[in-house]
Design a binder for this molecule. Structure first.
Ligand SMILES: [Zn+2]
Length: 640
């Protein structure tokens, strides 16, 4: 059954580069699950974008002495480059600073207001008489009134971890300089206490598949502490204006925590309007059968499991009524497989101390699949993990290169040389029991690896695939085609045919994790059409200016493409393949579609159908062995 799967990934803040901890925390697991569902033939929509608002961004701009817009775009462009480099295949990676996101967020705000879930309340906030404005929480630092830490932010203490009441901060000082005074200000609050029963029910209904670490930060937290009202507006000059008369004029903006999560919905709408169908987003957002997966780090669990569902349930049918003159509720999250954190060489990753492996920098020295492999086998799924350079080299050399890469390369190279560049022409009815046993074991991998991927247990899924590669190596050790070819060419042909079929299947099982090398292997095996579609960027104009987006053009079977309204589709990065040729599995060929429909018509997630006699392409090694000297060189970069 073909499903609609929404892959929603945490929006990176536009105030810092992305490091390996961020990649393994959310972007990579989301991409792996998206690619798996695309291979299965499901309709995947994978979205995220740059969180361009909020005080971390304005603080970064102040520090660099540049306009906020310039600063957010600098980080945004860097994120897009990184995702292209690692093959993180967003159907749309956009930003929160778009006209569309403003409209969707304001509609959500108004829906909650009309449904009676918002109230206003006055509170005291720090004000700068010299700047004539209220200062956001992060602009004010002082001494924590709970633990005495002198560098506490006015809203939160990083030492004791407590949320602070800004007006109680001791010895407050402004980061922008100048005197401070407390003044009264009015804000909108989301009445979460009213929504608490709904949120609890929502979590209880999903308790069988939510990770225990996630339930601990959501259901159990609510059961012990309850849900309290939270402010959803701020006095800010960079953000989305509060859509209420008098409030826009007073310079009040929607609080960034409230609007950034709305990005999962607004990005789907933007994607839909850039593509074929203006209303296509409804398949993932107004359909009870669609499944939504949210990939985030543990620091974001509460926002995605409790606050975001509360916003969606509170808005009810009112959001669509305001936004699209329709009356249906929005789809709620299905799973929130939040990851724990990745440390580095035994210490917490710290950007300010440069104790980090930066995503783009690592790509200048290592291949993306080598990095993706290590980040998956070491993914902090249930507890914090550690990036260790010695382990990175060992796992690359002993597992990726020795177990999988060498297997594929030596079988293909041996076959290419000894069978005139073709799959051996064996009579498949004469395969021996050992051949059939191996193929049956590999075939069962589509169920075992698939089940782990369905449940978002990605380390285990990759481990299962690697076990099957080991089984193929053992089969080759026993049947030794390299020597058999001298005495019994027929036996060697059967062994090589069987091994090639196994490798052809393993290529699909490994593809969600190692897309670049599996795509190369796919062409070595004689396929003309790609496993996956391709990434490209586009510039979108609106009333706020323009923003770059990263997109994905999926693989679909050749089909007439209807005339398309809106901006033209850019040319593919690689030449289009000729249509109608017969390829390695004997079928007609799929193509990268000109349409961005988000659906892959044909699923590759099934055992190999590689036919005897098919023409292969000249193979080459898939991975590089790393020198031991890499370890010390990389460790020497840290903390400098
Ligand atoms: Zn404290």
């Amino acid at each position: 059954m073909t499903e609609h799967i929404l892959i929603a990934i945490a929006w990176p803040y536009a105030n810092a580069e992305i490091h390996v901890g961020n990649i393994t925390g959310s972007h990579l697991p989301g991409d792996i699950v998206a690619r798996y569902h695309r291979l299965k033939g499901d309709n995947v929509l994978m979205v995220s974008g740059t969180d361009s608002h909020g005080t971390p961004v304005t603080l970064a701009a102040d520090k660099e002495g540049k306009p906020v817009e310039e600063v957010y775009k600098k980080y945004h462009d860097g994120f897009i480059e990184l995702f292209e480099g690692y093959g993180i295949t967003y159907d749309l990676f956009t930003t929160t600073h778009t006209e569309n996101h403003f409209k969707v967020s304001q509609a959500m705000f108004l829906a909650l207001k009309e449904n009676g879930f918002l109230f206003t309340q006055s509170s005291m906030q720090w004000y700068s008489p010299s700047a004539k404005r209220f200062l956001p929480d992060r602009y004010v630092e002082g001494t924590c009134y709970i633990c005495g830490f002198e560098g506490a932010r006015s809203d939160q203490c990083d030492k004791c971890g407590n949320v602070l009441e800004p007006e109680k901060l001791l010895n407050p000082r402004s980061k922008a300089g100048g005197a401070l005074e407390l003044r009264e200000t009015e804000h909108f609050y989301l009445d979460l206490s009213k929504l608490e029963p709904d949120v609890k029910k929502f979590l209880q209904e999903r308790a069988d598949h939510l990770r225990d670490t996630v339930l601990g930060e959501s259901l159990r937290k609510i059961e012990s502490e309850g849900l309290k009202p939270r402010p959803i507006t701020r006095d800010l000059d960079w953000g989305i204006p509060v859509p209420v008369e008098g409030w826009t004029e007073a310079g009040k903006c929607i609080y960034v925590w409230f609007e950034a999560v709305i990005g999962y919905l607004s990005a789907a709408i933007e994607w839909s309007r850039l593509g074929l169908g203006k209303e296509a987003w409804r398949e993932w957002w107004v359909s009870p059968s669609a499944r939504q997966f949210y990939f985030i780090g543990k620091d974001n669990i509460f926002f995605h499991t409790s606050l975001w569902p509360a916003q969606l349930m509170g808005a009810g049918v009112q959001f669509l009524k305001i936004f699209a003159e329709d009356e249906k509720p929005l789809t709620l999250p299905y799973d929130v497989p939040a990851n724990q954190f990745m440390n580095l060489e035994g210490q917490k990753i710290s950007g300010s101390r440069n104790w980090a492996v930066w995503g783009r920098d690592a790509l200048t020295r290592y291949d993306p699949d080598a990095l993706r492999y290590y980040l998956t086998v070491n993914m902090p799924e249930m507890k914090d993990s550690d990036w260790d350079w010695a382990e990175f080299v060992a796992r690359n050399n002993n597992e990726l290169v020795a177990t999988w890469g060498n297997l594929a390369n030596r079988v293909l190279a041996f076959c290419y040389k000894n069978w005139e560049g073709r799959v051996p022409s064996v009579d498949v009815g004469t395969l021996r029991p050992a051949d059939l046993d191996l193929l049956a074991a590999i075939e069962s991998g589509f169920d075992t690896v698939g089940a782990e991927l369905e449940a978002v247990r990605l380390r285990s899924a990759l481990g299962e695939a690697m076990k099957l590669a080991t089984a193929v190596n053992q089969y080759l050790d026993i049947n030794a085609p390299w020597t058999a070819i001298k005495t019994d060419r027929d036996a060697a042909s059967k062994t090589i045919y069987t091994a090639l079929k196994a490798i052809d299947s393993l290529k699909v099982l490994f593809a969600p994790f190692l897309p670049f090398t599996c795509e190369r292997l796919h062409t070595f095996l004689g396929y003309e059409s790609p496993l996956f579609g391709e990434q490209y960027t586009e510039t979108v104009k609106d009333s706020l200016g323009e923003h770059r987006v990263l997109r994905y053009r999926p693989v679909t079977l050749p089909a007439p493409v209807p005339p398309r309204p809106g901006p033209p589709v850019p040319a593919p990065h690689r030449p289009a393949f000729g249509a109608g040729q017969v390829q390695a599995d004997g079928t007609g060929q799929a193509q990268v579609s000109g349409a961005t429909s988000g659906s892959a018509v044909e699923g590759y997630w099934k055992p190999s159908k590689l036919k005897p006699g098919v023409k292969l392409n000249q193979p080459a090694p898939l991975f590089k062995k790393l020198e031991e000297s890499v370890i010390e060189k990389e460790r020497a970069r840290l903390g400098k």
